[in-house]
Design a protein around this ligand. Structure first.
Ligand code: BDR
Ligand code: CA
Length: 309
């Protein structure tokens, strides 16, 4: 697995789970929840705290066309809540995330690319190598939603942050697994999960517990939820344990021009194949539901196991 991310509380937990559950060959960073300096610093800090031998490559500092926005109101000013980050002893492997994505797709058989931030690096990688999709074993994003948004009524943050990049990605990849808000809002990590992590005591579990302190509090303040959606960790789990998720294949495109709907993932759920219907070819597997307890327990178990790996 290669993860393109913008850590971000849930990105950090996704990295920890992926490090335990997959052969994680690299991390690329993108501007998103916070600026590229912070997201890159945070990715390095996660690998350092959890003692992961995984290279971090720095990527795009701004969206393709859209103005830069952030989600510091959700993730805190540094992107990792109130976690006290250690002084970095690690540094980036390169500042060419796009080159690393393209080279790794050529070099590694059956690579699964998982993008859990704005899709800027992925769109640029498609421009650099239009054959990228055929070189991959799979492609999964956290982004979008068929029925609701979180930044606007209809737009989800990762798509809203770089809609032009998201549109390129949905148009160029023949099949994207879309782990959007429909499913991620059904998978919440709660105070009891945080307590299990904290009681385990290791550095990765302790970091995840600290991240959840902030995430759970913000989810309560912002949305009145009794737990935090860990969007990006759900995307990793959808790759590792697809049996825990329910989805359907549909045509998906991104609205770029709408005054109220820019950044919306338009999911065409009309039945296809009958006369008179003009729905296009399905280009995404859109996930709608998951076995919440099984997904959350798998994430917690993975992070705890990482400390004894
Ligand atoms: C997505 O946006 C970011 O804030 C999170 O890290 C996640 O990738 C959820 O909309
Ligand atoms: Ca993210």
């Amino acid at each position: 697995m290669l993860i393109d991310c913008d850590p971000g509380l849930d990105d950090a937990i996704a990295l920890l789970a992926a490090a335990q559950l997959t052969d994680l060959v690299g991390i690329t960073t993108v501007n998103g929840n916070v600026g590229i300096d912070h997201t890159t610093h945070n990715a390095l800090a996660v690998t350092q705290i959890a003692d992961l031998d995984v290279p971090v490559h720095r990527g795009a500092a701004r969206p393709l066309i859209a103005p830069t926005i952030d989600a510091a109101y959700v993730h805190g000013p540094t992107g990792l809540g109130s976690v006290e980050l250690p002084e970095l002893s690690r540094s980036i492997a390169s500042d060419d995330a796009v080159g690393f994505i393209c080279d790794t797709a050529r070099a590694v058989d059956d690579l699964h690319l998982v993008a859990v931030g704005p899709l800027t690096n992925i769109a640029l990688a498609l421009r650099a190598d239009p054959d990228l999709p055929s070189r991959l074993g799979g492609f999964t994003i956290m982004g979008g939603g068929a029925h609701a948004g979180n930044v606007t009524a209809v737009a989800e943050f990762n798509v809203w942050a770089d809609p032009e990049a998201a549109a390129i990605v949905f148009r160029e990849f023949p099949m994207t697994t879309m782990v959007g808000l429909d499913v991620t809002h059904r998978v919440l990590m709660r105070p009891a999960d945080r307590d299990r992590l904290r009681a385990a005591g290791g550095p990765a579990a302790g970091l995840a517990a600290d991240l959840l302190d902030f995430a759970v509090a913000r989810a309560g303040e912002i949305a009145g939820r009794d737990g935090a959606p860990i969007h990006d960790a759900s995307a990793v789990m959808a790759v590792v344990r697809p049996d825990l998720f329910r989805g359907e294949e549909h045509p998906v495109d991104v609205e770029l021009a709408g005054t109220l709907t820019r950044g919306m993932t338009v999911v065409d759920q009309r039945p296809r194949g009958r006369a008179g219907e003009d729905a296009g070819r399905a280009n995404a597997r859109v996930l709608f539901d998951a076995d919440e307890a099984a997904v959350v327990n798998s994430i917690v178990d993975a992070v705890i196991a990482l400390d004894s790996a």
